[in-house]
Design a protein. Sequence first.
Length: 567
Amino acid sequence: MSFSHPMALWLGLVAIPVVILYLLPLRLDRQTVATGMFWEQALAAEAGRARWRRWRHKVSLAVQLVLIVAATLAAAGLQIPRPQLVVLVLDNSASMNAQDVPSTRLAAAKELAGRLTEGLHSDDRMAVLTTGGIPAVVSGPSGDAAALRAAIDSIRPTSEPSQMAGALHAAETIPLPSPGFLRRIVVLSDGCFADAAELAAKYGFEMIRFGTPVPNMAITRLTVRRTLAVPRVCEVLIETQNYSDRPADCRLVVARGAEPIDTINVSMPASGRWQQVFRMTTLAGGRLTARLEPSDAYPADNVATVDVPPLWMYHVALEPAPIQWVAADAPAMAGERPDNPLLRALCANPQVKVVDPLAPERPEDAGPSIVIRAFQGGVPEKLPRGPALVIGPSGCDLWHLGEAIADPTVARVAEDSPLLAGVWMLDVYLGGAVRLEMTEAATPRAIPFLWTADGTPLGYAIQRPEGRVVVLAGNLDEGNLAMQAALPIFVANALDWLAGQPVRGAEKPADCVGGISIDLRKAADLGVDWSEITIHRPWPPAWLWPAGLALAILVVEWCLYQRRWMT
């Protein structure tokens, strides 16, 4: 029992003067009149009420006190039971999208939450929180049932795991509307969250459970990346998981866009995994989709998609042009070795086609392409627009040449540089290297990635607005880089970086996009099932009862004394 207006209890002090007035003795004056005999005859019929007259004042006092108490309780806002702050924690995590109940678990939880608002007493308040992903307060404490239902209807499903511990902590920190309120935490969930029993013991919440433990099959991994040896070929890894206590058989349908690629029969042991790696050849890339059939209670993790990166073709305009530029890739195909080490490194890359530097248009190819200029032994005074690879440079608008470097041996490298992914450049001797003094235009954007022992940069990566530039100080004919496997890998990395593409060997495999896999067998055996919940209509406010009693006493007293029902 509590009161919404406890200060009104001071009205009960009115009983003190009432009691005093009733207890004060009344002194009646006796007068002798000539008509006394007539009054004795008139009152003879009232002789039978003499016993009642002895109790008349006491009963009247008691009635007045009851009237005062009832009026005081009504004015103070008597509340039975005590008002509650109901904190409704609605689980909208990924597992609540399971369809083992009509529609989904979340839809059933939202429908029941709307009905719970109808069971609130007039002085109760309700707050609504969600647990999917980051816990959020959807509605603060409110007694407006319509506003609460609108807030509940606005809750959307997520593909994130349940953060129940954080939501329960937030539920405890919501301030009570007044000290007389009781806090009551009600959780609407399927119980598929970690440490359910421990959280129930810590926070003492009431749980209404949705769904039952059911088996689930999921695609847990779908990754793709191009091979280093043959970039046209993509390696695809598919992994599935059986969240069931029994072996499961299903079909895995793989498609690229709207074109089916393969259908695989999958057999998984109880609580087991299945993996397979297959290869496909594509230049243009696209979207790869994997789907498990038939569908189960949680269809969100039965489908996964991944974007296959397109294979870019690099049309490299090499300057000065080799004599046989028209058939620059012919020696490599014939097993011969071009005399130019940079040309030899370019021909070793299947993504490269050497083109005429005087007409570096993009020839017709199956995949996307970009033109990259490569300079060896000299550059124009103003570097052309577009990406450029420069080895053994002369001066230009981006840098000036300084003195020759005494010992151009690589002693330190930028380990986080994508240009050096998979490349061992330490102790490489870059003969003929000179200091590169960056101009004012290039200085803010020039990042060195190779240094000598005394800290002199031997290479720069420049991100200019007109196109990226990679410059390597040193002559391939005077050093030992041309005789090492590091040169073709470095050139391949440089071309990828110049084109703005992920550097092969440095990129991570593309991960799948889809619902997270859920073990629906972990439903906690807590609380009661949602189908067993009965919601009763709230009683009228408790203060109406003492108010009605006070009114009834006033009516009865008026009738007894004013209408002379009793004398």
